[in-house]
Design a protein around this ligand. Structure first.
Ligand SMILES: Nc1ncnc2c1ncn2[C@@H]1O[C@H](COP(=O)(O)OP(=O)(O)OP(=O)(O)O)[C@@H](O)[C@H]1O
Ligand SMILES: [Mg+2]
Length: 256
């Protein structure tokens, strides 16, 4: 009895032990992420590095051990948020439903301890109405429309909840790129494919041969590439700005 209590206390306090209980041996960056108590996290990780899996573990841990938590899963499209939620549900079932379900549905899980995990559709009009989120997870964040991001942020306002955005890069545009490159207050994780023990060197060599160089850098090297239809590179444009040069029409001319 005492051992199982001690064991449960360990799982409540230590998310790495919880991940192991769910059958995963976390990689080095995953251990840092699971140990983190930051409430603003950006994961810029290559394809298949385990970013959705690890946030699913964090989401489930939060729901089980912090009664009354509202956890929201968001992605550019419902199908993608559903995939993240599916991972949460999978771990919940594998672990033998440690807290009983009150409602176990396709898009949400409600627990007896009043915690809820909800999948949000990727459209701005239908998501308003949630508030007091303890944890908001934005998966595939580089492809989430800015308006959607602006619409979900207030859901954390009163609760002081945690925001996690995870993605593989998708060009030098959008909110994920902006937050990654100049946002303040974020804890950042960058995980290229060569650091993922489940992706072999020979597979990466093959991908390198098969994909255009910029696509390879984006998918496997965490690189924010210039978009294809861009005439000038991001660096060219910012490099061309010279603070010494005075604009021809000055600022007071604008709009007048
Ligand atoms: N520490 C780990 N131990 C074993 N398997 C892992 C671990 N982390 C992730 N995986 C497995 O790696 C695969 C990819 O994980 P996941 O889907 O979370 O990656 P992702 O970064 O979200 O990928 P994508 O960019 O394609 O969405 C899954 O099969 C997952 O179970
Ligand atoms: Mg994923």
């Amino acid at each position: 009895m005492l051992t199982s209590l001690a064991q449960d206390l360990k799982l409540a306090l230590d998310r790495i032990s919880f991940a192991r209980k769910a059958g995963l041996e976390p990689d080095s960056w995953q251990r840092d992420f699971l140990n983190s108590s930051s409430d603003r996290v950006l994961l810029n990780c290559c394809r298949q590095s385990g970013k959705s899996t690890m946030t699913a573990i964090v989401a489930l841990h939060r729901a089980l051990y912090h009664p009354g938590s509202l956890i929201l899963c968001l992605a550019p499209a419902l199908r993608q948020s559903q995939e993240l939620f599916g991972k949460v549900l999978g771990f919940y079932r594998d672990l033998g439903r440690p807290v009983s379900p009150q409602g176990e549905r396709k898009l949400s899980l409600e627990l007896e301890n009043d915690s809820r995990i909800v999948t949000l559709p990727g459209t701005e009009k239908t998501i308003r109405g949630f508030s007091g989120a303890a944890l908001l997870i934005v998966d595939e964040a580089s492809r989430v429309a800015d308006e959607l991001y602006f619409a979900v942020r207030p859901m954390l306002a009163v609760s002081g909840g945690t925001l996690m955005m995870l993605s593989t890069p998708y060009g030098k545009r959008g909110i994920f790129f902006e937050e990654w490159s100049q946002g303040e207050g974020w804890e950042r994780y960058e995980v290229p494919a060569r650091e993922c023990p489940r992706i072999s060197v020979s597979f990466l060599d093959e991908e390198k041969r098969a994909l255009p160089a910029r696509v390879y850098r984006q998918e496997y090297e965490c690189s924010f590439e210039d978009t294809e239809d861009q005439v000038f590179s991001f660096e060219d444009v910012t490099g061309a700005l010279d603070p010494v040069v005075t604009p021809l029409f000055g600022n007071e001319g604008i709009g007048s």
